[in-house]
Structures are given as structure tokens and as C-alpha cells.
Design a binder for this molecule. Sequence first.
Ligand SMILES: CC(C)(COP(=O)(O)OP(=O)(O)OC[C@H]1O[C@@H](n2cnc3c(N)ncnc32)[C@H](O)[C@@H]1OP(=O)(O)O)[C@@H](O)C(=O)NCCC(=O)NCCS
Length: 182
Amino acid sequence: MREEDIAEVMEIERQSFPMPWPESAYRNEIRYGTDSLYYVLQPYREPAPTTWLERVFGPARRRERLPVIGYVGMRFLPGEAHITTIAVHPQWRGRGLGKYILLMAIQQAARHPIRFVTLEVRASNRVAQQLYTEVGFRFVGVQRGYYRDGEDAWLMRLGPLDRAEMERLEEILRETEARIRW
Ligand SMILES: CC(C)(COP(=O)(O)OP(=O)(O)OC[C@H]1O[C@@H](n2cnc3c(N)ncnc32)[C@H](O)[C@@H]1OP(=O)(O)O)[C@@H](O)C(=O)NCCC(=O)NCCS
């Protein structure tokens, strides 16, 4: 995620969360968040080359930038990566993209010295809970009244990320990628 993506991220954020983060939260994470990683999912369309010159030099320069359709963020704590946010544009949900960006983020996180990936999810958010459970997160507790509107958070955890677990996640990532319904 770059600063120029934030306006598009905010469009999705406002449609995805009852209490959206302010724009400044993303800006601060990108500018000053040395212990965090934020990604956007942004497809590119490669136009078909027409002349030999374009075939050689064209596509890379003429790649059409399509809108941001999802994003994910995480922050590193000692021994763990904490997923701070994840969302897919409402028009693009249910195609495997949420699972894809989650697994991609975990793969990137695993390059750092971590054993677990953790997150909080609203007690009422069945879709997200289902996604996390399918990827292998387990319920580890409840934080009563965690959200500002008083709703409880479920605490979920994935790991330990040993070699067998990383291979399992790699396999789900491959399956998910193959199933994405663009
Ligand atoms: C949660 C979210 C990111 C999932 O993104 P998505 O692209 O729709 O999810 P996917 O298509 O990759 O689906 C992944 C899994 O989620 C579950 N899921 C997705 N849509 C579902 C639905 N409508 N009902 C029940 N489960 C659903 C399924 O288990 C699915 O796996 P499957 O396709 O193998 O059955 C998306 O719904 C979203 O942006 N929600 C609003 C923001 C949010 O709640 N973020 C989580 C904060 S903790």
C-alpha cells in the first residue's frame, strides 16, 4: 500500500466496517510504521501488443492500472504477526480474493522471525470467522466489549508456523489461486 492508494482503500473501508479507521491511521502506518506491512490487491490489465516495438517495450509501460479491490495489514509483535485489517471491495467478495490476500500476507509475515499470526474478529462477523477457520486459525479467547460500540472480539491464532504448517498454507494458497473467479 502506498499513500496514493489510501483514497481507494478508504472507499472500501467505509463500506466494510461499522467503525472505519480514519485516513490518518493508514497514512501513519505507511509513513512511520516500521513494524508493520500493508498490501493492496490491485489487478493490472496487459493490453495486447500490436507492433513489434510495442511487443518488446510496450506492455511494461502501458500496463493499465485498475482500482484497488482489497487490502490487508499487519503489525509485528515479538514472535507474532497481528492482522490489523483486511477487506475486499463488496463487489469483489465471494471469489476467493479475501482468502488469497490473507494467505499472501501470512506468507510475507513468515519471512520474519514469528511463530504465530493473531487477530481479533467481531463476535458477529461469521463470514470472516469462517474464512479464518478455513485457513487454520483457532479460537483462543474472547475480549469482552473490545470494540467501541461494546461488541466482543474473538481472539484467533494460527501456528506455530513450522515447516509442515507453512507447506499446508502454501497448498491452500495454490488451491485458492487456482479457484479465483476473476
Ligand atoms: C471477510 C472478507 C475479507 C472475505 O473476503 P472474500 O473475498 O469475500 O472471501 P473469499 O471469497 O476469499 O472467501 C473465503 C472464505 O470465507 C467464507 N465466506 C466468504 N463469503 C461467505 C459468505 N457470504 N457466507 C459465509 N462464508 C463466507 C468461506 O469460508 C470462504 O471460503 P470458501 O470460498 O472456500 O467457501 C470480506 O467479506 C470483507 O471485506 N468483509 C468486510 C470486512 C471484514 O469483515 N473484515 C474482517 C475483519 S476481522
